[in-house]
Design a protein around this ligand. Structure first.
Ligand code: HDD
Length: 721
């Protein structure tokens, strides 16, 4: 079956069949105007004489320029930078007891999906490697209509109430007077806002951790963030938190690497996703749920409706209910990735909302934003947004309406149209909102159960390994050093001291200031002027869970150690030992890693057996930050030639600095003599420092190298830097 063949069988291709209706291919076709008139000359406008002025009557020129002039649409107000892919979801039926949603019932039923990953703050053309939250938005094209799970790679959010979202985004986006900085939170307005919003502290800890600089979109967890509801066929509700668990494990780069990737390849994540799919290495996630019975709503030391809180997996384990595979790149970035419109309010029977005030506000925002971004309430007709379920209603007209509704009836009830389209009973699949009882006063207030802002921030910090904690400390040092207003730094240290005194002190020492004795008061400046400030004072809670390995990428025992799709650079020049190259390549490819030959030219190098070895990248164009590990094959001439290349030495120095596995075979070892880390290595400590030097065929060099790559990084090295 051809990967991109929309006509191939299978339910997952229902959406591809649907999209095929709108696909257009100019191969072997005449060029025409938009009106279908064949064009004879696309190179010259119509002029009065060869050197004369252009003529207004030139409809070909006018049409071409006019279309061009209007090619751009507003970028997303947040999550402007993103990449997407098609795929499918397959359930394992474990959720069918909790939810009547059709797509969760049958393990043989496959549902097409379109998934868009994104950064939040940067503009459309910004770098993929910004320190930022990543969007993880999944559109399920189910037989009962579209279900969108519009989540992030972080399980909590900065704010508790949607009314603060415009403020949060105004604060993090480039500052309005000079539009600086791009795709960065390291500036005054962001930290000014955060320092006045203690509720943001939990998410801030995540955003300052390496979760905010993922190695790949394919190596990120995803979270629905809010508590949703699953509704069974008897209309019984259970609370639910959604999780995506990546098959390749959850991994990040380090900050210095992120900064350098941004210069080397700002499209790093976009390219990584695209290439993995083109190579047939399809990214895969398990969908998990934490199901919480309605009766347990008030059982925890946090409020399930508070989006700044997660439910520790130690309290409620994650049950896997299916898997998602991404197996097809979009045909056209604009038509699909740019025009796709997600909405947390796109739910199907069996899934429903809770009263989380952030979620409630989102339910308004997402349709509203499409009206200005896509320009019309008919955005659901854009092919990528179109449901594969039958769609009939009395919505009519508007800009760019595609559907030609026949008949004279566009209202309900009607008799002239025989009462059609008719309403569906619940038993016929009609959506009925969960009939939650609400008996309340109309208030602008925050629940007191939302006032603990630090316990889970502490839980997150304390669940990290020493290396991960150090990275968080470094991130705060970096970000707050970029803040120019001293009061903001001090205010932040006051908040950090509520999370962890040691953390606050280590950050403060680097900033050259002291941690304030007490956090600044009132800390709850986000609350209304007449509110009882004591009631809203952040409260410490004795949390049931103090440490959760699931929150650490290193401690998490279930984090995959596969090296599948990891990219290994082979540094080569003429005279490289072909056998050494081939042996290591075979060992790595057996584990499904990807080998790239980095040569001293752009085309091919000559191996020791005089055969040509194709070069994937000219050394001139790459850096080690773009790879997961480095191998220097045997071959005296090759090692000597590389020893004269500054770029090759820098390559190795950076790989070492970023804790990546390095292997060298026989004469290749001599290249290490040029590096600045050689002095730290001895025969005894080389292996434990992840620098493997030996002879490929005779030793366990490949196995050692592969094992070190599987551990992602040689963190021990970082302590010795
Ligand atoms: Fe949002 C886009 C995720 C809170 C308003 N959001 C957007 C996208 C993701 C999220 C992944 C990109 C979708 C795509 O790829 O097209 N947003 C979240 C999560 C949130 C969240 C996980 C908290 C749990 N968002 C949030 C709030 C509001 C918005 C509170 C407004 C009140 N978000 C939007 C938006 C966007 C958007 C302005 C911009 C483009 C779009 O919707 O389609 O409406």
């Amino acid at each position: 079956m051809k990967k991109n063949d929309a006509n191939s069988d299978g339910a997952e291709n229902k959406k591809q069949h649907d999209l095929a209706r709108n696909k257009s291919d100019g191969t072997d076709q005449f060029m025409t105007t938009d009106q279908g008139v064949k064009i004879n000359d696309d190179n010259n406008s119509l002029k009065a004489g060869e050197r004369g002025p252009s003529l207004l009557e030139d409809f070909i020129l006018r049409e071409k320029i006019t279309h061009f002039d209007h090619e751009r649409i507003p970028e997303r107000i947040v999550h402007a930078r993103g990449s997407a892919a098609h795929g499918y979801f397959q359930p394992n039926a474990d959720a069918s007891t909790y939810s009547k949603a059709g797509f969760l019932q049958d393990p043989n039923a496959i549902t097409p999906v379109f998934v868009r990953f994104s950064t939040v703050a940067g503009f459309r053309g910004s770098t993929d490697l910004a320190r930022d939250v990543r969007g993880f938005a999944v559109k399920f094209y189910t037989e009962e209509g579209n279900f969108d799970l519009v989540g992030n790679n972080i399980p909590v959010f900065f704010i508790q109430d949607a009314s603060k979202f415009p403020d949060l985004i105004h604060a993090v986006k480039p500052e309005p007077h000079n539009e600086i900085p791009q795709a960065a939170s390291a500036h005054d307005t962001f930290w000014d806002f955060i320092s006045l919003m203690p509720e943001s502290m939990h998410m801030v800890m995540w955003a300052m951790s390496d979760r905010a600089i993922p190695r790949s979109y394919r190596m990120m967890e995803g979270f629905g963030v809010h508590t949703f509801r699953l509704i069974d066929k008897n209309n019984k509700s259970n609370f639910v938190k959604f999780h995506w668990k990546p098959k390749l494990g959850t991994h990040a780069v380090v900050w210095d690497e992120a900064v350098k990737i941004s210069g080397n390849d700002p499209d790093f994540h976009r390219r990584d996703l695209w290439e993995a799919i083109e190579n047939g290495s399809f990214p895969e996630w398990e969908l998990g749920v934490q199901v919480i019975p309605e009766a347990d709503e008030h059982k925890y030391d946090f409020d399930l409706l508070d989006p700044t809180k997660l439910v520790p997996e130690e309290l409620v384990p994650v049950t896997i209910i299916g898997k998602m595979v991404l197996n097809r790149n979009p045909d056209n970035f604009f038509a699909e990735t740019e025009q796709v419109a997600f909405h947390p309010g796109h739910v199907v029977p069996g899934i429903d909302f809770t009263n989380d005030p952030l979620l409630q506000g989102r339910l308004f925002s997402y349709t509203d934003t499409q009206l200005s971004r896509l320009g019309s309430p008919n955005f659901h007709e854009i092919p990528i947004n179109r449901t594969i379920a039958p769609m009939h209603n009395n919505q009519r007209d508007g800009h760019m309406r595609q559907e030609i509704n026949t008949g004279r009836v566009s209202y309900f009830p009607n008799s002239l149209g025989g009462g059609c389209p008719y309403q569906a009973k619940i038993a016929e699949g009609g959506f009925a909102s969960f009939n939650e009882r609400i008996d309340a006063r109309k208030v602008r207030e925050r629940s007191e159960s939302f006032s603990d802002h630090f316990s889970q921030a502490k839980l997150f910090f304390e669940s990290q390994t020493e290396v991960e904690q150090q990275h968080i400390i470094n991130a705060f040092r970096f970000e707050l050093s970029k803040v120019e207003t001293p009061e903001i730094r001090t205010r932040m240290l006051g908040l950090l001291s509520q999370v962890d005194k040691g953390l606050a002190q280590k950050v403060a020492a680097n900033l050259g200031i002291a941690v304030p004795d007490k956090p600044e008061k009132p800390m709850n400046k986000g609350i209304g002027a007449d509110a009882d400030q004591n009631k809203h004072e952040p409260k410490a809670v004795k949390a049931a869970v103090q440490k959760s390995d699931a929150l650490s990428m290193i401690n998490n025992k279930t984090n995959s150690k596969t090296i599948e799709s990891r990219v290994v650079a082979f540094l080569c020049s003429d005279g490289v030992d072909s056998q050494s190259v081939n042996a290591m390549k075979a060992a790595l490819e057996k584990e499904k890693a990807v080998v790239k030959i980095i040569g001293t030219n752009a085309t091919a190098i000559t191996g020791s057996d005089t055969k040509k070895i194709k070069v994937d990248h000219n050394l001139l164009t790459v850096s080690s930050v773009l790879f997961d590990a480095v191998f220097i094959p045997a071959g005296k001439a090759s090692a000597e030639a590389l020893g004269k290349e500054e770029k090759a030495i820098e390559f190795l120095n950076d790989a070492y600095k970023h804790c990546k596995a390095i292997a060298a075979d026989k004469e290749g070892i001599t290249l290490l003599n040029h590096t600045n880390f050689i002095l730290k290595l001895s025969d005894e400590n080389s292996k434990e420092n992840g620098v493997f030097t030996n002879e490929v065929p005779k030793s366990n060099l490949p196995q050692d190298f592969i094992e070190a790559m599987g551990n992602h990084r040689v963190w021990k090295r970082e302590n010795s830097l």
